[in-house]
Design a protein around this ligand. Structure first.
Ligand code: HMG
Length: 333
């Protein structure tokens, strides 16, 4: 099968007597975007006052993201920054927005706490392809986590909400454990069997390359069409385009990101590897002419609030923009 630039593809059909090639129009799929202020905030050193969090999250609710991953119901000792999530959850204004709200949880108790809040539509559990990271992050083995997820799924169904699974360390790990795509496939199969419908292939510590991203997005989603797969990348600012492109070219239209790429998982390594920056996803969509429904004016106003919370500077933004233009020019020259 060969895709071309005109929203179409040449498909080769073979019967016993004939083989023929036809041109099929393909519907351009809309992007499905998740903004992750939870990932940005959870490792932030100074405590962000609760009212600032609420104000920031409500400004993001106006942008038009499909999902806002903004809450966390884990141990406050492990992640003190998110200890006020219950109060934040009670003050999310969903009246003007279709954006779904997602909360991260690390055990059944966290799921129960999250689901008490009517604003929470989705809970997300970080299942790890690396056994070491499963222990580090949730104090469980993979099998223990899997069994707990089965219980959580029952709970989520009875509450009429949704359970997303992150495949942490899906592209490799920094602990010296062997990585192969077949391990990701093994777990995708098991999660498919229990009826999980949403899996985010996550590059927790930024070890993925465009090649491993392309490999995983080529192999895995095709085998499990009943599951919606997405990309949850952590990377350096300048690697954003090539990583998005690697997944996009394999048909992935679902991406998680955080403004300015701030954040990461504090349980993974000592140094946080930044998130996929949302501005880079927006740049990417404009280059690829990908359809989305973000309100960019509202995005700018949320971006200004992020600037205040995370103290990033205008000069830094200008430098990033200059670097971005330079790289694009280099690609075309
Ligand atoms: C998962 C647990 C809770 C298990 O924690 P545990 O140690 O197994 O639980 P425990 O039952 O032994 O309890 C330990 C303490 O935590 C408390 N506790 C226990 N559970 C809860 C709860 N739900 N809510 C509030 N408190 C809780 C519990 O009460 C106790 O407090 P103490 O008695 O010592 O005062 C713990 O290991 C933990 O909090 N880990 C942090 C997980 C986390 O938030 N990681 C970051 C988010 S995941 C991520 O960022 C990756 C992602 C999503 O971006 C994808 C990717 O890139 O890979």
């Amino acid at each position: 099968m060969f895709e071309n630039q005109n929203n179409g593809r040449f498909v080769c059909y073979e019967t016993k007597q004939f083989s023929f090639i036809i041109f099929e129009k393909i519907q351009k799929q809309k992007m499905f975007l998740t903004e992750c202020p939870r990932d940005a905030m959870q490792g932030w050193g100074e405590f962000i006052p609760t009212d600032k969090k609420i104000d920031y999250i409500n400004s993001l609710m106006d942008v038009g993201f499909d999902v806002l991953d903004c809450l966390s119901f884990v141990s406050p000792k492990a992640i003190p920054q998110m200890a006020d999530s219950a109060e934040v959850a009670e003050n999310i204004d969903k009246s003007r927005s279709n954006t779904k709200v997602s909360a991260i949880i690390g055990n059944y108790r966290g799921a129960e706490k999250a689901l008490k809040h009517q604003s929470v539509d989705i809970i997300g559990f970080p299942f790890s392809i690396s056994e070491t990271f499963q222990h580090r992050n949730t104090n469980k083995s993979q099998e223990e986590a899997f069994n707990e997820i089965i219980r959580m799924l029952e709970l989520v169904k009875s509450e009429n909400r949704q359970l997303n699974i992150y495949f942490s360390m899906a592209f490799g790990n920094p602990y010296g454990e062997m990585w192969k795509w077949e391990d990701v496939d093994f777990w995708a199969q098991r999660f498919s069997e229990i009826g999980i419908k949403d899996i985010l292939l996550s590059d927790t510590t930024g070890v993925a390359t465009p090649e491993t991203i392309a490999l995983l997005f080529e192999k895995i989603p095709a085998k499990y069409p009943e599951i919606n797969f997405g990309g949850h990348f952590h990377n350096r600012y300048e690697d954003s385009y090539s990583k998005l492109k690697a997944a996009y070219d394999q048909g992935c239209r679902r991406f998680d990101s955080a403004i300015k790429g701030i954040g990461g998982c504090p349980m993974a390594k000592d140094d946080l590897v930044g998130n996929m920056p949302t501005e880079q996803v927006i740049n990417f969509m404009s280059v690829e002419k990908a359809e989305h429904k973000l309100n960019l004016l509202n995005f700018e106003s949320a971006y200004n609030k992020a600037k205040d919370i995370f103290h990033f500077q205008l000069k830094q933004i200008k430098d990033d923009f200059k670097n971005y233009i330079y790289r694009r020019l280099k690609m075309y020259c």
